[in-house]
Structure formats: C-alpha cells, structure tokens
Ligand binder design. Structure first.
Ligand SMILES: C[S@@+](CC[C@H](N)C(=O)[O-])C[C@H]1O[C@@H](n2cnc3c(N)ncnc32)[C@H](O)[C@@H]1O
Length: 325
C-alpha cells in the first residue's frame, strides 16, 4: 500500500479527511482529462501506485464505470465529458425528466449527466451540477461551453450541505457519489429539503447486498473507488424513509462477478483471495424515492422506465491501443 493510501486509511475516521482524500483522487482524474487524455478516466489514470496503462491498479479496467452509456445517448456531447465519466449507472436513462423541470446532480464531476439532463428538460428547464472538486468544476464548465448548454449551472459545494433553497428542485440525480460521503443521512436529508413536494430522487449508486469483509470496508482505495463506503440495500431504504421520503426502492442494474471483484481489489494492497468474499455482495443499483405532498393539480409524471435487465460489466477498458487485451 502506498504512503498516500496508508495516510488515507487513517483519514477514513474524519469527514474532512475523507473529503480531502476523495477530492485529491478525483482532482487527479479531472486534471488528466483536462490535459488531453484520450482514454476514459477510469482506465489508465495516473493514480498513486499506478503502474501505468491498464496495469494492476484500481485505475485499470474498472468493472463499475465501464460501458454505461450507449453511443446514441451521448452523440453530440463533448468527448471530454464522456472521458471524465466516473459513474456506476445511467440515471438519466432511468429517471423521468420532463420539459421545464429543475434537476440537481449531486457530485456532477465532468458534467456528463448534467448535460444529458439539460437536453431532456429543454430551454425552459434548468440543471444544476454540484461538486466540491475545483478541477472537476473547471472541466464541467469547459464541457458546458463546448456543448453550448445555456440551461446549466455548476455550483461549488458539498452534497451534505446543498447550496440551494428548500423546495426548489423537481428531480435529484446522482451517479456514484453518495457512497463517497462520510455522512449519508445528511446527504439524503439535504436532498429531501431541496426537493419540491412530489419531487423525485433518482440516483445510481453502488449498493452492498450482504455486508462486506471488514478489510474491504476499511480500505481507502476502495472507498474512493466507490465500494467500501457503499450503503447496504436495507440501510439505504431505511435512511430514505427516516428523512421523509416515501416509495423508496432499489433496482439492481449491474451485478459484479468474482472476476470483477478481483479487478476491484487490484492495487489496493488487500489479499486477492478476498474476491471470493466480495463476489455477489456488491451491485450497482438505481435508487428511487419521492418526497410526499405533490399538489393535487400536479401533472402525473410519465411512467418511469426500468432497467430491462441487470447486466454484468462488459470487459472493455476503453484504451485505444489495445492495452487491455
Ligand atoms: C465517482 S465521481 C462521479 C462523477 C459523476 N457523477 C459521473 O458520473 O461521472 C464522484 C464525484 O463526486 C464529487 N464528490 C465526492 N464527494 C463529494 C461531496 N461530499 N460533495 C460534493 N462533491 C463530492 C467528486 O469531486 C467527484 O467529482
């Protein structure tokens, strides 16, 4: 384990330390894309301890972030937005978004889901992206300019303290960010606060099924890699209900195999044999919930799409020189 990772493991105990480590890791990824990297951010990123292109690190082929968007959906988006995509699902493909609505993306990164939402809500709608990492915000602003999006605003701040007034947002989306927070109850309470009555929570995230080995839970590389901090399914649903949401549900969207578990453990310093204990315990899911109190006059939201089937991660690292084969 590198010195950064040892230091980071100690930081798991404080929210500020945790944020600093997460910010540093995602700042490096954003910087790399801004400097003109031509391969996807999750692959070959120069993280601490990386051995380079698709080497045995947490930044090599990533079963969580690979192949989330189809080409039809991302046509017309800046390549840099796609290169910086670090999610674990595709919330805009599953969320009902209507013309004129206000959407907030928690942890918007390079802005891919913000830009996709902006197309859906149209010029009479508005999409906010909220992120704490300066490098990501700079990348997102560049991507907004490249896309010519006029109904988009990026905000700097923490998802535990959303810088928007109460009851002003129709839909909250997020893609693989809530698991990174050291205070998930506060994130969900803040999401509830800023949603309008009847507003929708429509979030992709990693969710744990039956508990993870303690060593995995304590691994900072796996925390910044979106696994160690993931909520258990029941815990996520209970927290949503406790902060006031109703109709909370989690739909599995991607299941991780033993090979995927082995890939996730690479470069973490953990015993590769732990893959057996991780297999089947981690999934990506689409989390839905509603803030009660929709006005009686509110138009019914069109039927939400559902993920047609749970996929397993397709093994393609996105490197353009066959470095993963
Ligand atoms: C895994 S990346 C996902 C980015 C984006 N949603 C996507 O799908 O590409 C996590 C992002 O969340 C941001 N983030 C993590 N924790 C945060 C927090 N507590 N408050 C605000 N932003 C946070 C990071 O800066 C990073 O840009």
């Amino acid at each position: 384990m590198s010195e950064l990772d040892q230091e980071s493991t100690r930081s798991l105990t404080t929210i500020d330390g945790l944020r600093a480590t997460v910010r540093e890791r995602y700042g490096i990824v954003a910087q790399r894309v801004a400097e003109g990297a031509t391969t996807r951010a999750s692959c070959c990123a120069p993280a601490e301890g990386s051995s380079g292109c698709c080497g045995s690190t947490t930044e090599s082929w990533d079963p969580i972030t690979a192949d989330l968007y189809d080409a039809g959906q991302t046509a017309g988006l800046p390549a840099e937005a796609l290169l910086a995509s670090l999610g674990c699902g595709n919330p805009t493909a599953l969320a009902a978004l209507n013309e004129g609505e206000t959407v907030l993306d928690l942890g918007s990164g390079g802005g891919i889901d913000v830009l996709l939402s902006a197309k859906r809500v149209g010029p009479t709608g508005k999409v906010y992206g909220l992120d704490m990492t300066d490098e990501m915000l700079a990348l997102a602003l560049d991507n907004k300019a490249r896309a010519g999006a006029t109904n988009v605003e990026f905000l700097k701040g923490h998802i535990e303290s959303i810088p928007l007034p109460s009851s002003t947002v129709d839909v909250i989306i997020s893609n693989c960010v809530i698991n990174l927070s050291g205070d998930k109850r506060r994130v969900l309470a803040e999401a509830f606060r800023v949603l309008r009555p009847g507003g929708r929570f429509a979030v992709s995230d990693v969710v744990v099924r039956d508990g993870l080995p303690e060593a995995v839970r304590a691994s900072m590389p796996l925390w910044t890699g979106c696994v160690a901090g993931a909520l258990e399914e029941r815990e996520f649903l209970d927290l949503l209900t406790e902060v006031g949401f109703e109709n909370a549900s989690i739909e599995p969207t991607r299941a991780y195999t033993r090979d995927d578990a082995a890939a996730l453990l690479e470069g973490t310093g953990l015993d590769p044999a732990l893959a057996d204990a991780v297999e089947g315990k981690v999934m990506s899911g689409f989390v839905r919930a509603t803030k009660p109190g929709a006005p009686a006059s509110a138009k019914p939201v069109r039927q939400l799409e559902t993920a047609s089937k749970t996929t397993t991660a397709a093994r393609s690292c996105g490197c353009d020189n066959d470095c993963c084969t």
